[in-house]
Design a protein around this ligand. Sequence first.
Ligand code: PRP
Ligand code: URA
Length: 240
Amino acid sequence: MAAAPRQCVGPGHQSQDQKPSATVSAKVPFVNVHVLPQSPQLIALLSMIRNKDTERADFIFYSNRIIRLLVEEGLNHLPVIEHDITTPVGRTYNGLMFQGKICGVSIMRAGEAMEQGLRDCCRSVRIGKILIQRDEDTSQPKLFYDKLPEDIADRWVLLLDPMFATGGSATMAVQVLKARGVPEDHILFLNLIASPEGVSNFATKFPRLKVVTAFIDQGLDEKNYIVPGLGDFGDRFYTI
Ligand code: PRP
Ligand code: URA
């Protein structure tokens, strides 16, 4: 496993030698994989949710803050058209508006934790669900159920799952979407923490699909958990 990259992270008023050094995301050579800027804010939020001693209420709060950053960045990858408007003082502003319909699709259970962040940014957004569970012993994903908007083939799909380990669950979800007629380049996968293996398998298999992630971690352990990771996201978010 490659050593985790460290870099000095801090605001402009701290000189370079005052800035603390923190572990930042690994880099990957895929143009369709976008990693959020490794800002002090993001690293501090990730430090909260990675900490094994963070209690559930804080885990939810800080996860939601990162989810919001991911959704906001994800929206930057949707198509826009020119949209000129007139302001209350009678001037023209040359602006933009989004073009096309979108929907969210969460990979249950953990992906449902990202739905509110999407709703907060996109009022009345349609949200579909795919229930995929990873077998605890083999790490193989199993598809149980899906409920997707009828016209999903005509929508841009924001696929939601916070954890991207082997990539098996996300791959299965993309196969479901493609079988329903969604073009690969209309799928945007939003996730909090990815493994380099998962990202690499996925980007090779689906070169036209975009991934927006907060962090690419060091790798996987012998149980295919992401390391250093944050443990089981679903358990930490949903279990009291
Ligand atoms: C977790 C996670 C992803 C999957 C990632 O879900 O939310 O869906 O594992 O692992 P992979 O990339 O190796 O497939 P899990 O199946 O544990 O169910 P949960 O959402 O109920 O926690
Ligand atoms: N699912 C999780 O919740 N965490 C991991 O590290 C891997 C799969």
